[in-house]
Design a protein around this ligand. Structure first.
Ligand SMILES: [Zn+2]
Ligand SMILES: [Zn+2]
Length: 364
């Protein structure tokens, strides 16, 4: 498969982002870059090397909905009329009707003070400058196959960094396009998010926008692939089904999901992983071992603090990451909540909820 990497600058701390061009029919871009003049010009310049214009793009696949990956998706669609495809669990964020009240209730349960929640909300709103809304998108599911005149890319749902993160695998060469699930130099922070399977009852933000989500009726995606023996049909007949579930808002158990996703990817034994930021990773087994060691060391630190006292997630995040500012405080809290939830899953920590706030302690 003829795959080209185009690197696009971002004004964000994460640095430049890699997007990928698949030079086969239908001409496909994987990830878009953030909204911004430099970003647009870099994309145009990158495409120009291959005598391609933005308006030639027929399909845009997004590995997840973060602004650095999806911010100029709306503008690309506007210029080209291309189809945009993303996992169903990312649709709400992509629609940009994400309701911050969901995050507020998650933050309150972590013991975050009200003034800090308001600062987080302002930061969240500031990110609006990095994206244009997307008018129409198509939902991808685990196992969908993106067909090209030559070869295909298989959608691997890899929840963790976000609930609906996907990787794309070219089975013939075992080449993986990994988005932010595999990053060469930074750990892909499993972010604090509502669980997409357990929060429908408390929100209805998708009405109207979802009505414009198209059915995947094109030949580019086939019903296909078995997952534990079950046949999945990737055609979307009821887009809202992605958000069906029990009524209360739960946190997405990001770290458990991430470790499971890494295990699954390692089992696919890719020979090359193209990353969302930085250089490619060639040895995923080695990468996975490194990540697991890093995660185990942090678990160890958190569990030793839990043995000394009871902590709210917020106070624990300040203790473990004392020198963070701004959005990094949110990232630090995300890291802590994902570790606490994981520690609970493996039976090492438990929580008590008092007045709606979580207090965590060690089981040992
Ligand atoms: Zn990301
Ligand atoms: Zn990213």
């Amino acid at each position: 498969m003829d795959l080209k990497q185009i690197t696009i600058p971002t004004p964000l701390d994460v640095g430049p982002i890699n997007v990928y061009l698949v030079r086969h029919d239908p001409l496909t871009l994987i990830d878009a870059g953030p909204k911004g003049r430099d970003s647009w010009q870099s994309l145009e310049g990158g495409l120009r090397q291959y005598a391609i214009r933005v308006r030639d793009i027929r399909r845009l696949v997004l590995t997840h909905s973060h602004e650095d990956h999806s911010g100029q998706a709306g503008a690309i669609q506007e210029a080209s009329g291309c189809q945009i495809a993303i996992h169903g669990w990312e649709l709400e964020t992509l629609s940009r009707r994400g309701d911050y009240s969901l995050y507020k209730s998650l933050l309150r349960s972590c013991g975050v003070p009200q003034d800090v929640i308001e600062r987080f909300q302002q930061g969240y709103l500031r990110f609006r400058q990095f994206y244009d809304p997307v008018k129409e998108a198509t939902q991808l599911q685990e196992g969908a196959l993106l067909d090209f005149e030559q070869g295909g890319l298989q959608v691997i749902h890899t929840p963790g960094h976000t609930p609906g993160s996907i990787c794309l695998l070219e089975p013939a060469t075992r080449t993986l396009i990994a988005g932010d699930t595999v990053l060469e130099k930074i750990s892909p922070n499993p972010l604090l998010n509502p669980d997409p399977q357990s929060s429908e009852g408390d929100r209805s933000p998708l009405t109207g926008w979802q009505a414009r989500i198209t059915d995947y009726q094109l030949s580019t995606v086939k019903p296909d692939i078995t997952d534990h023996g079950r046949v999945h049909d990737s055609t979307v007949r009821n887009p809202q089904s992605a958000f069906r579930g029990p009524t209360s808002i739960h946190r997405f158990r990001a770290l458990s999901a991430y470790l499971e996703s890494l295990k699954r990817l390692a089992e696919l034994a890719p020979t090359l992983c193209w990353t969302g930021h930085g250089q490619p990773v060639y040895d995923l087994a080695w990468y996975r071992r490194g990540m697991e060691e890093f995660i185990a060391a942090r678990q160890h630190k958190i569990l030793s603090l839990l043995r000394q006292a009871n902590w709210t997630p917020w106070l624990l995040s300040l203790r473990v990451f004392p020198n963070t500012e701004g959005v990094h405080k949110f990232l630090a809290l995300s890291e802590i909540t994902s570790h606490l939830d994981y520690a609970q899953t493996i039976g090492k920590a438990q929580l008590e909820v008092c007045d709606g706030v979580e207090y965590w302690r060690s089981v040992e």
